[in-house]
Design a protein around this ligand. Structure first.
Ligand code: NAG
Ligand code: NAG
Ligand code: NAG
Ligand code: NAG
Ligand code: NAG
Length: 329
């Protein structure tokens, strides 16, 4: 009897030790860690080549707006197998002490999604070993009137060069996955946006974009390092024609996706997102919807119970954000 007891005890201890060793050596944090542990992880451990989807916050703002939260949450849902990386300038290496409490509901909500990773945006490290670094080392950021945008234009190119994947603006709601790896998005015929783009890492097109960025740099012209840069480069790499029906253009090294894919509502009509529709559009030809937050100077918000297109999109594609962050009248 005593012997049996000893054997059972030994087996139990063996398992207990094994379990403890397992826990200590392999925290298995990849997709199930606590939010605080996730912010401590190094991006390099998460960024699998060409799989990441990246968002950027180049202001010091830490608490995302409901629309930003929706953009990130919807991407996390549409791409459950891919890491969703949100680089924030306002985070620093001490961000493990960031209070995850009711003061930062959106930050806390996003941190808790298993494939979302919030990391500090360290521009100097990101731009190292790219053509942009020499420009970055010289530019006086406080003298640049559009620094928030220009730094974002630079960082997205450097990130996609370094790691590959898809960059998205924080006012884009994902509704189905993009079936392309290498693509630019048309905002109109023969005109590219830089609000969403995808390329394999070390793609020569992105390298040349960075070279062109510094050769023709002019911080006084809005979009010169953004959509205008992508359009200049697109014309060098592709013989552009007008779109026929809803068909994408195939360039030799990437696709130029039809405006319906991301911009089914074009920017002069941006207010349509904040209106009530009799019959809402199906968006069958779209992968994601750009809500043109830049146009929204009057800060129209999504209001619970308003039945606007934007409210219904939030409810459907980012239900956690909708439930926790969208206020009623
Ligand atoms: C943050 O930490 C990394 C690695 O530990 C270091 O390379 C980097 O310079 C630090 N950044 C800041 C802003 O302190
Ligand atoms: C959240 O944390 C901050 C900083 O520690 C603190 O000032 C604030 O009172 C906390 N808020 C709540 C609701 O606990
Ligand atoms: C950078 O620009 C600011 C604002 O124009 C100016 O006050 C500052 O002296 C400049 N710094 C350098 C190093 O030129
Ligand atoms: C564009 O078309 C011209 C003439 O047909 C051809 O010589 C050139 O190689 C093409 N360029 C690209 C990038 O396809
Ligand atoms: C959109 O797609 C759905 C499902 O595939 C289909 O039922 C619907 O008829 C389509 N709508 C349009 C306008 O093509």
């Amino acid at each position: 009897m005593l012997k049996e007891f000893q054997i059972s005890l030994s087996i139990f201890l063996l398992f207990a030790c094994g379990f403890l060793i397992e826990m200590t050596l392999k925290p298995r944090c990849f997709f199930s860690c606590t939010p605080i542990y996730k912010t401590m992880m190094k991006p390099e451990n998460i960024l699998k080549h060409d799989r990441s989807i990246v968002f950027l916050e180049t202001t010091d703002q830490l608490e995302p707006s409901p629309l930003v939260s929706c953009a990130v949450e919807s991407a996390a849902r549409i791409y459950p197998e891919r890491p969703i990386i949100f680089l924030m300038k306002g985070l620093d290496n001490n961000s493990i002490h960031l209070p995850l409490n009711a003061t930062y509901p959106a930050f806390s909500l996003l941190s808790a999604i298993k494939n979302v990773f919030l990391f500090p945006l360290d521009m100097e490290t990101l731009l190292k070993e790219t053509p942009l670094f020499s420009w970055y080392a010289q530019v006086n950021s406080s003298a640049e009137k559009s620094w928030v945008h220009i730094s974002s234009d630079a960082c997205r190119l450097a990130f996609i060069w370094r790691y590959g994947g898809i960059y998205m603006d924080t006012d884009i709601i994902s509704i189905r996955s993009i079936p392309e790896d290498n693509f630019l998005a048309a905002q109109a015929s023969k005109f590219s946006s830089n609000g969403i783009l995808g390329f394999h890492h070390h793609h020569p097109f992105i390298w040349q974009c960075m070279e062109n960025f510094i050769e023709h740099y002019n911080g006084d012209i809005w979009g010169h390092q953004g959509p205008d840069l992508m359009t200049r480069m697109l014309k060098l790499w592709c013989n552009l024609t007008d779109f026929q029906e809803v068909r994408d253009l195939r360039c030799p090294y990437f696709s130029f996706l039809h405006p319906q894919r991301f911009y089914p509502i074009s920017y002069p009509n941006w207010k349509l997102y904040y209106q009530v529709w009799d019959v809402e559009p199906s968006f069958n030809d779209s992968y994601a919807l750009h809500l043109w937050n830049y146009m929204n100077q009057e800060k129209k918000a999504v209001i619970r119970g308003s039945n606007t297109l934007a409210e219904n999109l939030h409810r459907k594609y980012c239900p956690i954000t909708y439930k926790n962050l969208i206020q009623g009248k």
